[in-house]
Design a protein around this ligand. Structure first.
Ligand code: OAD
Length: 226
């Protein structure tokens, strides 16, 4: 089977009711990134940070995968599909995709502030102050914040370099290092981008653009690939 590598972002979950970050009405319009998604924010006001991610987690419990997620899961019949997602939701997994690498962490997981390897599934939607790991340290959301390293990046670069087909869907390609992954696709790979809006592509190669929302865009892509 050909290897189809996908880089997904917030836009693929938009039709499930999850807000994107940088569009009008996006999350970063209402919240200052520096207040909720940085190590400094955690040091200054951990309760506010927990509240922000608790809200996201609570909303996620009410959301279902959409045609974009299920469209990608269905492609596993024809391709060896590897998803690399910037999303912290679990909608790719719930739609049935079997290989999902989370670059920016996972909402449903918490981790120890003393040892990043100590990870725990959050029970329900709420992570509270006072919830600690076995070593007695406070748990924090298992999210990669701005200013932190992206531990899954090396694996992601390797995966991108094995692509026969590389598909970017639902991301504004604003955030590095994730946005740079397309550069690792081999020269022979075909490159695709699905987004209803214009996205500046940081690479000087031909990219086939499908200017549609994720659900419809993946339908079109599937027809073109098969
Ligand atoms: P953005 O909010 O920057 O971009 C969302 C993209 O989705 C835009 O290009 C939209 O045009 C597109 N979009 C909107 N609706 C769509 C739909 N129905 N179908 C397909 N595409 C649609 O979100 P990301 O690029 O994912 O990181 O943001 C990257 C990172 O920045 C996030 O992982 C997050 C954020 O800060 C952290 O919090 C660490």
């Amino acid at each position: 089977m050909k290897k189809l590598v996908v880089l997904s972002g917030a836009g693929i979950s938009a039709e499930s009711g999850i807000r994107t970050f940088r569009e009008s009405g996006g999350l970063w319009e209402e919240h200052d990134v520096l207040d909720v998604a940085t190590p400094m924010a955690w040091a200054k006001d951990p309760e506010m940070v927990l509240r922000f991610y608790n809200e996201r987690r609570k909303q996620l419990l009410e959301c279902e995968p959409n045609n974009g997620h299920t469209g990608l899961a269905a492609l596993e019949k024809y391709f060896d599909v590897q998803i690399i997602t910037q999303n912290v939701d679990d909608l790719h997994e719930r739609a049935g995709s079997s290989k999902v690498l989370h670059l920016h962490g996972e909402l449903k997981m918490a981790r120890s502030t003393a040892d990043p390897m100590m990870r725990y599934e959050v029970d329900g939607w709420e992570l509270k102050m006072g919830e600690v790991c076995e070593k007695g340290s406070q748990l924090r959301p298992d999210i990669v914040w701005f200013g932190e390293a992206v531990p899954a990046m090396e694996e992601a670069m390797h995966l991108a370099s094995t692509a026969d087909i590389f598909v970017v869907v639902g991301t504004s390609l604003n955030v590095y290092p994730a946005a740079g992954l397309i550069e690792y696709a081999p020269a022979k790979a075909s490159l695709w981008l699905i987004d209803p809006n214009d996205v500046e592509i940081p690479i000087n190669r031909h990219v086939e653009v499908i200017k549609e929302k994720a659900g419809k865009g993946l339908d079109i892509l599937t027809r073109k690939l098969l």
